[in-house]
Every structure is written in C-alpha cells, then in structure tokens.
Design a protein around this ligand. Structure first.
Ligand SMILES: Cc1ncc(COP(=O)(O)O)c(C=O)c1O
Length: 384
C-alpha cells in the first residue's frame, strides 16, 4: 500500500467530539461540545419547511443565493457602519468552519506563517496545516487573558501572511477592546498582514463589553476577511450556513476556492435563513440576555463549589482552574469528571500551544434545567 498523506496523518481526533462520545457512554451531562440544547426559533424552522415545499432543492448560486446575500449585506451594513455590497463582497459558505478555510486558502501559500493567539479554537491549527502554512502562536495570559504587545510585535516581525483573530473568543471568553484591536491593526498595517476574523459569537456579548468588528477599524477594510456564521446566533449549528466578507478583489478569489471546496451551502436552508436575518433588533438583545443568564447560573454554581473560573465577556464558555483539585493531567481529569461527577468538560490543553494542564472548559449554551442539573453535580467537586 502507498503511504497516506503526511500532512493530514498528524491530525488527532477532535477532543471535543471524543468527550461528547465519552459523555454519552457514561451518562454525563455534556457541557463539552458547544451547541445549544434548545430548538431554533419556530419561524425559522417553518421557513425551512416552506423552502422545501417551494422546491428549493437544486444548487444555489455557488457564492450564495441572491436573497441571502442581500439579507446578509443589509445586516452587515448595520453591523459594520458602512455599506456592504452583497454582489461583490460576500461568499456564503458551509458554516464559519468552511469560511475560515476559504479565507486562509485565499490569502496563504504553503510555507507562509499564520499568527494566532493561544488558547485558540482547535480548527485554526488544522486550517493552517491544510493550507501548508505554519502557525505562530502568541500567548494570552490569565487571569485577564491579555496579550503582551511586545510578544505580538515579535510574532508579526517574523513575517506573518495572516493573523487569525477569534473575537469574541473561544475558549477564553475575551471580547477584545478597541484599544487592543487598534494595536493589532497597527501591526497589520506596518507588516502588511491580512487579518482573518472568526466572529461567530458576535451577538453573544455581555454588557458592559461591546463587540467591535475588526473590518470597521480605520484602514482595515482592505486587509480583513471577516468570517462568521448563523450557527450560534440562531441556534442552527447543524444547518451549516456561514459567510466570508472582504473587499471585492479578495472575494473574487475566495468564491473560486469555495466553489472547488464545497460548491455551496444547502440551498433550501440558504432561503430559510433570510427569515432569521429579518428578525427585529430585539431578537439580538434577548439572545445576549439569555446567554448572560446562563453564564451567571453556571458561574454561580462554580463559585458555590469553590472553583476558580473565568467570567466570560462574550461567547458561551467558562474555563475552570482545576489545579487546586490536584489535576496535573487535564485529559485524565476531564474523563474522571465525566465518569464520576457526571458532567463532561473539554480538557483545556487542547486549546493551548504551550503546555497548560490546569483548565477544563465548560459551555453554558444549555437550558436552565440542564445547567441547574450540571451545577448540582459540580458541587461534588467542593473541597473539605
Ligand atoms: C470560534 C468558533 N468558530 C467556528 C465554529 C464553528 O462554526 P460553524 O458552525 O459556523 O462552522 C465554532 C463552533 O464551536 C467556534 O467556537
């Protein structure tokens, strides 16, 4: 037999999906994989049925159904504070997962360097490997998960083709401030680097924090590829609808990459989500308020169990410091926790480039009933 690809042979199984299976095997409450346990809005589900009945079964235009691009352009025009043209600046993808891959393959060649913060969302390293690019990690340090501007500059000075920015950030829950984003923007300008953003949690931000779209910073529109999706905003992670927004010259190339990767996202669902994009502003306010309540609920239980944890500014993950419980191997600890405590987390080390074994990650994209049940079980971790 010939040998298989060396590039992809290095891939390990996603720890998150492994923990999900482990949770099922042991009857644990799954706070590992980040997906909501409730249904999407009823109007959206009805719109999907209507799209099927309206015979939307064949390929949509490769870069996105015109109605969807028009609805997305209207939304992004509001969000970015400048006019977005759906005809020239957007490509609809199979979730942010494909959007990130398309963005990276649009701007990077094999041998290029790609900067990213550590901890990071686990797909970015794989995206870099698939592109043939080398990841360069810049640590975010707790408890505030801040970057050191000198370390960031040193990374850019190594010649980054692109910098990947997850904001609001999974797993550490940061919502980067305009000052921090300004520092990244200045370096992108100085070292002529593209910035690829992953903004899937753009609407899950807790006051007083506010999300700033990187592309809306002065001078950044030309070099930013903004990736996002409707997965988290409308609780439809299985529908696989995302998008890349960038300047027309970049999108012209991104559309070809997308075409060869997947041809297109599911046509009936592209039509259905137009309904969601027309929801009033109150939908987004409610979404953030509901997740803030989930955060407070889970954090309250962690406080009562005496566990040190992050208090997320955005997204729906909490990092819990389990080192006081004697944890030195977070993978073994996460499995023990699923088996013995009945709550499955993700071992924190899967998010770090540097050796870091103190954390497990829990997500609160769950109903209050699930969070109460998990919170009660977490009390078994109380010491003394
Ligand atoms: C930071 C981040 N980006 C992207 C994704 C995946 O998004 P999508 O479902 O749109 O592919 C996730 C899902 O957990 C995520 O946390």
């Amino acid at each position: 037999m010939p040998r298989t690809s060396l590039r992809t042979a290095t891939f390990t199984e996603s720890v998150i999906r492994e923990m999900t299976r482990y949770a099922q095997e042991h009857g644990a409450i799954n706070l590992a994989q980040g997906f909501p346990d409730g249904d999407p809005p009823a109007a959206l589900v009805q719109a999907a049925k209507d799209a099927m009945d309206a015979h939307r079964h064949q390929y949509a235009i490769t870069w996105g159904a015109p109605e969807l691009r028009a609805a997305l352009a209207a939304k992004l025009t509001r969000d970015f504070g400048r006019t977005v043209e759906g005809d020239r600046e957007l490509v609809v993808t199979c979730g942010a997962t494909e959007a990130m891959m398309v963005a990276m393959m649009t701007v990077c060649d094999p041998g290029d360097r790609v900067g990213l913060f550590s901890p990071f969302y686990e797909n970015y390293n794989a995206d870099a490997i698939l592109t043939g690019a080398t990841p360069v990690h810049v640590p975010l340090r707790g408890p505030g998960w801040r970057f050191d501007p000198a370390e960031l500059r040193a990374a850019f000075a190594r010649g980054l083709k692109a910098f990947v920015l997850c904001n609001p950030s999974n797993p550490c829950g940061r919502v980067f401030t305009p000052e921090e984003l300004g520092q990244i923007a200045a370096l992108a300008e100085e070292f002529d680097t593209f910035v690829i953003t992953d903004e899937v949690y753009e609407h899950i931000v807790f006051p007083p924090h506010r999300h700033t779209y990187f592309t809306s910073l002065p001078g950044m529109a030309a070099r930013t590829l903004s990736c996002s999706s409707l997965s988290k905003t409308f609780a439809i992670t299985g529908w696989r609808i995302g998008h890349v927004h960038a300047a027309p010259e970049l999108i012209a190339q991104a559309r070809k990459v997308h075409d060869f990767l997947t041809v297109g996202a599911a046509a009936p669902l592209q039509h259905a989500v137009v309904t969601a994009l027309n929801f009033p502003a109150a939908y987004y306010t409610r979404l953030a308020a509901d997740y803030a309540a989930g955060r407070d609920l889970l954090c309250g239980y962690l406080d009562r169990a005496g566990l040190a944890h992050t208090r997320p500014e955005g997204a729906y993950f909490v990092m819990v410091d389990v080192s006081p419980l004697g944890c030195t191997d977070d993978v073994a600890f996460a499995k023990w926790m699923a088996r013995e405590i009945g709550v499955a987390p993700v071992p924190g080390s899967s998010f770090f480039a540097q050796p870091e074994h103190r954390f497990v990650r829990l997500n609160f994209a769950k109903s209050p009933a699930t969070l109460h049940a998990a919170g009660e079980r977490l009390q078994k971790l109380k010491r003394g």
